[in-house]
Design a protein around this ligand. Structure first.
Ligand code: JFZ
Length: 586
């Protein structure tokens, strides 16, 4: 019997490649951190408008949203002629952005394949005047540029195939056989994309809906059978896959264990829409990348090329700015792991690699920066943007009584980069921190809802944790939320309560909120004193700031902060959607 260890002229006698460990399979992806998502297909032609009407929603869903019959929609193929498509240019966009992989919609929900397929002639080679296999061209350019090619494949929804899912306007779900579709098209196409284009980095399945575990497993096994080292995203269904896919545009609060990725848009659509110009700023993109990486995730950022085959200029210029930032600061992103702190500081984010802690400072403090909780000795500190790596003066101390480690760092008065400047701390050994929530060095104490403990009296309707790290369904006055936090600076604090608006902008005030620390309390009726964009959620969700008054904290060290609602207005039935309690030095 041949085994992996049996040598045969320097090669193992085994036919199949020796199975790699999961860590080996994941290695490239864990180091990569940043990838390009491409949503491209026939939907780029209508670009959000059908028969003169603007169709609401994401562009690639137009067939579904406008209930376009297959016989009509498939005629787009005869007009699909992206003469300006240049695989080399697209790959260069990814490269210039500092991205390490590229995931393109080999087939989206509309069922149209961007590759030559024997299983279905509804594909770019057989059904369009263009007639070129864009996947083959991209594969060649990716290989040359050292970018991993990956494929999105809609395994469950296929609005073109009579036996698949999602098209209820042409087909009757009661008469469909999903297994038949899998046999005819789904599984054969998976084999095609994994055998026609060389090594594939990962397959990005999507919207498993009501697939059975066996069906999900068949798709995933088809991937592993063809290419054992190819990864599978977390949307195959039933928790099968190599990493977790977050909800679209969703950045989780705090550190997340395990491998995960946030797929995200540059505007508000994946597939091209001619009139969607709601572009995120380059600054925002850089900070999102840092935010995601600081929590251990990857950022898969999307472009939607036009029907001519061009990536919108607004996308290219923004991505290029992220790439320019990465040229200077990439060391603090690629191959790093999550911040050793499980919570988000107000001033920025952290990443770590070996015996280095990287401080990504969004809010430059001026000449002095203070960090609490780092327990290692810092051997050297410097700015990543400084080619000379000139040492920054740095002092460390420990307050045994308060249980507080403090690092003081001298910085130049002005930030090297207003968007995010990176300070490298070379530590003795891998960074070790006190994971207790602690006051920021600049005095701000942020008590985020996600890190609060819910004290739920029995017999009361439970508070719920929302998608964006909120605490919701707070409709009775008996529960409390508490935090344990280390305070470094005793003194007087202004107390703010932050609650989140609904996605339609609705918000309800007039609740009575009470924050207490020991015997000290701050009580007030909630009102809209200030509105801020919620850094975590999409732009339409906002934080409403209600001042609650002042509180005195009389000693340094661990304190417990409690939030109670003494009165809740229930007119709209929303209640306070808790985002955070903020204490700022008065
Ligand atoms: C899906 C697709 O329907 C969409 O067209 C696009 O390709 C996107 C990347 O993925 O949409 C989803 C899937 C999952 C969630 C949200 C949108 N989710 O889990 O929040």
């Amino acid at each position: 019997m041949a085994t992996a260890t049996q040598k045969n002229g320097g090669k193992t006698a085994r036919k199949a490649p020796a199975a790699k460990t999961q860590d080996q399979r994941m290695k490239w992806w864990r180091e990569a951190k940043f990838g390009l998502f491409i949503h491209w297909g026939l939907y780029a032609l209508p670009a959000g408008t059908w028969k003169g009407k603007k169709i609401p929603g994401i562009g690639e869903w137009i067939q579904n949203r406008a209930r376009i019959p297959v016989r009509e929609y498939e005629q787009l193929a005869a007009r699909f002629n992206p003469v300006d498509f240049d695989a080399k240019e697209w790959v260069q966009v990814a490269k210039d952005a500092g991205m390490k992989y590229l995931t393109i919609t080999s087939k989206h929900h509309d069922g149209f394949a961007l590759f030559k397929s024997e299983a279905s002639d509804y594909n770019i080679v057989d059904a369009t005047p263009f007639g070129r296999d864009v996947c083959a061209e991209l594969a060649r350019e990716c290989r040359k540029a050292g970018i991993r090619l990956c494929f999105y494949y809609s395994q469950k929804q296929d609005w073109h195939h009579p036996e698949a899912s999602g098209n209820t306007w042409d087909f009757d779900p009661a008469e469909q056989s999903f297994n038949q579709y899998m046999k005819d098209k789904g599984l054969p196409q998976i084999r095609e994309i994994l055998t026609q284009y060389g090594p594939i980095g990962l397959i990005w399945f999507d919207t498993p809906q009501d697939m059975t575990r066996a069906q999900s497993k068949k798709f995933v096994d088809a991937v592993y059978d063809a290419q054992p080292t190819c990864l599978v995203d977390g949307r195959a269904g039933h928790g099968i896959g190599d990493y977790e896919s977050m909800g679209d545009n969703l950045i989780p609060p705090g550190r997340v264990d395990g491998d995960w990725e946030t797929p995200a848009t540059l505007n508000d659509t994946w597939g091209f829409k001619s009139y969607d110009t709601n572009w995120k700023s380059a600054d925002g993109l850089i900070r999102r990348l840092v935010d995601i990486v600081s929590k251990g995730g990857n950022y898969l950022l999307n472009v939607g090329p036009t029907a001519k085959g061009v990536i919108p200029k607004a996308s290219v210029t923004r991505l290029k700015k992220v790439g320019d930032w990465l040229k200077v600061n990439g060391e603090a992103i690629y191959g790093t792991s999550a911040s050793p702190y499980p919570f988000e500081p107000g001033w920025g984010r952290m990443t770590a690699k070996g015996s280095r802690l990287y401080l990504h400072i969004f809010r430059w403090p001026g000449k002095q920066f203070v960090l609490h909780g780092l327990e290692n000795k810092v051997k050297k500190a410097y700015l990543l943007a400084d080619p000379k790596k000139k040492a920054l003066a740095c002092e460390q101390s420990v307050d045994e009584a308060a249980g507080l480690h403090t690092l003081q760092l001298a910085l130049p008065a002005r930030a090297p980069d207003k968007r995010a400047s990176v300070v490298v701390l070379e530590t003795a050994g891998a960074p070790v921190v006190d994971e207790t929530l602690v006051q920021d060095g600049d005095g701000l104490v942020t008590l985020e809802a996600y890190s609060g403990e819910i004290r739920q009296p029995t017999g009361t309707a439970p508070l719920e944790r929302g998608r964006f790290g909120t605490i919701e369904k707070w409709l009775n006055t008996r529960p409390r939320v508490t935090w344990q936090v280390k305070v470094a600076q005793p003194g007087t604090y202004d107390v703010n309560l932050l609650t989140q608006t609904e996605s339609d902008g609705k918000w309800e005030g007039g609740h009575r909120a009470k924050v207490s620390v020991g015997r000290q309390t701050a009580v007030a009726t909630t009102r809209k004193a200030e509105v801020r964009d919620n850094p975590r959620a999409t732009s339409y969700l906002q934080d409403v700031v209600s001042p609650l008054g002042q509180i005195e904290v009389n000693r340094a060290g661990l304190v417990e902060v409690t939030l109670k609602m003494e009165k809740i207005v229930k007119k709209k039935g929303i209640g306070p959607k808790l985002r955070a309690v903020e204490l700022t030095p008065a």
